[in-house]
Design a protein around this ligand. Structure first.
Ligand SMILES: Nc1ncnc2c1ncn2[C@@H]1O[C@H](COP(=O)(O)OP(=O)(O)OP(=O)(O)O)[C@@H](O)[C@H]1O
Ligand SMILES: O=C(O)C1=C[C@@H](O)[C@@H](O)[C@H](O)C1
Ligand SMILES: [Mg+2]
Length: 164
């Protein structure tokens, strides 16, 4: 099976959906944020604090190259993966890209804001969305509305894969 990647706003459900999807399809699962934290031996928040966003984006791009050297894997990306075009060109080549869309107000009410350094201020989520929603739409192969249960979103993805 071709690799699958999930993109979308912070808190939209990429990690949770990716994990369940990979189990259902018998595929491996990699969460890029967790991969980075293990590689750097540091929490993402700490990387941002100590070295800044640019440095994090460099690690993120390198880590993406590492994890895409694989097959039969579901990869949940970080919310900012779309901020570098090179990441998306590479993801497009190696994966089927699903954009996980979740209502911003629901995200704000449900998500934990610790360990999400760009979400310190809730208004920032709206600003990020303004900048990024066009990019998510542009780069995805399919958009999945995550407006019911996690299992519902997973089933939508599996249905598309079966029809593909
Ligand atoms: N359809 C859903 N129903 C109930 N809870 C959901 C749903 N989708 C996501 N959540 C919850 O929202 C929270 C954020 O989800 P998750 O961590 O998977 O998002 P993410 O896209 O990986 O975020 P980040 O980009 O910050 O890593 C989790 O607590 C998750 O359980
Ligand atoms: O939206 C973003 O830019 C980010 C989202 C998280 O998944 C992490 O990758 C990091 O906190 C940056
Ligand atoms: Mg995640």
């Amino acid at each position: 099976m071709k690799n699958i990647s999930l993109i979308g706003m912070p808190g939209s459900g990429k990690t949770t959906i990716g994990r369940v999807l990979s189990k259902k399809l018998g595929m491996k699962f990699i969460d890029l944020d967790r991969y980075i934290e293990e590689k750097a031996q540091m929490k993402i928040t700490r990387i941002f604090e100590m070295y800044g966003e640019d440095y994090f984006r460099n690690i993120e791009s390198h880590s993406l190259l590492d994890v895409l050297d694989t097959e039969n894997t579901v990869i949940s990306t970080g919310g900012g993966i779309v901020t570098r075009e090179e990441n998306m060109i590479f993801l497009k080549k190696k994966t089927i890209i699903f954009y996980i869309k979740r209502d911003l107000d629901i995200i704000i009410n449900n998500v934990r804001f610790d360990n999400r350094p760009l979400l310190k201020d809730k208004n920032n989520l709206y600003k990020l969305f303004e900048k990024r929603s066009m990019l998510y739409e542009k780069y995805c192969d399919y958009a999945i509305v995550n407006d019911a249960s996690i299992y519902d979103a997973v089933d939508k993805i599996i249905k598309i894969l079966q029809e593909d």
